[in-house]
Design a protein. Structure first.
Ligand code: F6R
Length: 260
């Protein structure tokens, strides 16, 4: 894995925006894999700025989300579809019908999950998949002991994850849905490039286990070790439990494009 240590989350956001901009410029119909949660926030802020100020266009792109809560009304502000609209899609020129999120009618979930993987394949596969990491080592919502070959399916969130995500639900972990639909680890590994963002001390142990630990379903993010093109971007706090700092690159000079 390529591990890059940046001074701030904002600098990570600029770097990842560069990677996404390169994909948008390189492919006629680029396919982006989007994540929700706090980690991609600075990247989305920077992409919106580039769209507004520099004309960066998403008009020919397609975007697939990693996961979605089950049991929330489709228009619930914490559903991941609404979150992605609010934090990125409604501020750029990606047509709304090109944002694909898992359909969450619970009765139909197994069938819908299969269709989700088929839709990604039909779009030509994901060019660049954004990822965060849970404090328990999850990617997407593949919690510990998920199959490393899993496909999109229903999962049950751990108490740790529901507690971590309570901040989006007024601090009430009980209000966080128990069930989700998530791309499987096998699905995620099919993306051509993986970009994992982790910031803050709460992620330090999970990052160290994923990057330096053994490949194990106990740390789903360790499956990224199998992928030929994974970049892990961390701030100093999230890097603090890595034991081999000499293996990793500290990026000090990456400047937002408007400062270069
Ligand atoms: C979100 C997702 C999760 C988050 C992870 C980290 O779509 O799939 O894996 O990336 O829980 O969340 P934050 O970034 O909020 O710390």
């Amino acid at each position: 894995m390529e591990v890059l240590i940046f001074d701030t989350p904002a600098t990570i956001g600029c770097y990842v925006a560069d990677l996404i901009q390169a994909v948008l410029g390189r492919r006629p119909e680029p396919v982006l894999g989007l994540a929700t949660g706090s980690s991609p926030g600075p990247t989305y802020t920077e992409l919106i700025r580039r769209h507004r100020d520099d004309g960066l266009s998403f008009a020919h792109a397609r975007a697939f989300s990693l996961d979605e809560y089950l049991g929330l009304p489709a228009d619930h502000e914490q559903s991941y579809r609404q979150t992605l609209r609010r934090e990125l899609i409604d501020h750029v020129d990606l047509p709304l019908d090109r944002l694909v999120t898992p359909v969450v009618d619970a009765l139909e979930v197994p069938e819908r999950a299969e269709q989700y993987d088929a839709a990604i394949a039909a779009a030509g596969g994901v060019d660049l998949q954004l990822l965060g990491i849970g404090s328990d080592g999850h990617i997407g919502f593949n919690e510990p002991v998920s199959s490393l070959g899993s496909r999109t399916r229903i999962k049950t969130l751990t108490d740790e994850t529901r507690h971590d995500n309570a901040r989006f639900f007024g601090g009430d972990a009980e209000a966080v849905p128990r069930h989700v639909i998530t791309q499987g680890i096998g699905t995620i590994l099919e993306a051509r490039r993986l970009v994992l963002i982790a910031t803050g001390a709460g992620k330090a142990d999970a990052v160290a286990a994923a990057v330096e630990g053994p490949l194990t379903s106990m740390v789903p993010a360790s499956a990224l070790q199998l992928h030929p093109s994974t970049t892990v971007l961390v701030d100093p706090a999230a890097a603090s439990a890595l034991s081999r700092r000499d293996y990793y690159e500290t990026v000090q000079r990456h400047k937002p494009s408007w400062q270069r």
